[in-house]
Write a protein that binds this ligand. Structure first.
Ligand SMILES: Nc1ncnc2c1ncn2[C@@H]1O[C@H](COP(=O)(O)OP(=O)(O)OP(=O)(O)O)[C@@H](O)[C@H]1O
Length: 259
């Protein structure tokens, strides 16, 4: 275990006429391997902007985003991977191999089965050339995480919760060290949300590092560390331990923040 992601002085500004607005304002953050981090905060506080920057989807206005060199066992440092030094192509290649991303609207391709959808990232991953190994990876993941009976189905034949589970498994099929989720349950009802969060919790117990942006207490309570974002800054942090009433602690924390 060690630091997987190190964010220093991260800033994102947008031009507003002649003025500038700061969506992300000098954010510092470290994420350890195996963590389950939640980003909460009011609408427009900067949660998605932070996630887009650390996924390399968007480009920062300042600061650094370093990932530990995944091929090396050395701790994060000068030889780590710094997004601000990469061009778009390098970022895409790095993201494809190392970062899983899940959005609110899961993006399964409707004309492909769950199996075929999950095959896509594996085919794009240059490290995985062996057909049998790709197939076995998908079968194993579906068996382990409750999608075995749905593997040959099309997305339209699945419930919203099952579709999102399939989208999550697709995102981690090539074993990215980190999984980033933006409102992964935003379009689901409470029962479906539980189904999706059960999967994320299980993946995290298996060592998957996860960061989730959410508005939902039902989601946030499953994380281990909640960061409260306000005006583009991290303005509070709560470590959620196994003991005691996690939901009550979280609600008290959020109330103090004016939630
Ligand atoms: N492409 C853009 N151009 C200009 N301003 C933007 C752009 N994207 C985001 N912003 C602004 O940056 C700020 C942060 O937006 P962001 O989407 O990160 O917030 P959020 O906390 O994720 O909100 P929500 O919970 O509503 O999704 C907001 O003021 C938003 O209007």
């Amino acid at each position: 275990m060690g630091t997987l992601l190190e964010v220093r002085d991260l800033t994102k500004t947008y031009a507003e006429g002649t003025a500038e607005s700061k969506a992300v304002d000098h954010v510092n953050l470290e994420v350890e391997e195996g963590e389950f981090v939640i980003l909460m905060g009011a609408s427009g506080s900067g949660k998605t902007s932070i996630l887009h920057l650390i996924s390399g989807i968007d480009t920062s206005s300042g600061g650094t985003i370093r990932y530990r060199d995944m091929q090396s066992t050395k701790p994060i440092g000068e030889n780590s991977v710094d997004f601000s030094r990469m061009n778009e192509k390098e970022k895409t290649m790095f993201r494809r191999a190392n970062i899983g991303i899940v959005f609110q609207q899961q993006c399964l391709i409707p004309d492909l089965t769950v199996y075929e959808n999950m095959m896509l990232p594996l085919m794009l991953d240059r490290r995985r050339k062996d057909k049998d190994s790709r197939r076995n990876t998908i079968l194993k993941l579906c068996a382990q995480f409750g999608l075995k009976d749905h593997i040959g189905k099309y997305p339209s034949q699945l419930s919203g919760g099952q579709q999102q589970r399939a989208a999550i498994l697709r995102s981690i099929a090539n074993r990215p060290p980190i999984l980033l989720c933006d409102e992964p349950t935003g379009s689901l009802n409470s029962a479906q949300t539980e189904i999706v969060m059960d999967l994320l919790e299980e993946l995290n117990k298996n060592g998957q590092t996860i960061i989730v942006v959410t508005h939902d207490i039902q989601v946030a309570v499953r994380g281990k560390r909640v960061l409260y974002i306000e005006d583009g800054r991290i303005e509070g942090e709560l470590k959620v331990t196994e003991s005691g009433d996690r939901e009550e602690k979280l609600i008290r924390f959020l109330q103090k923040k004016g939630w």
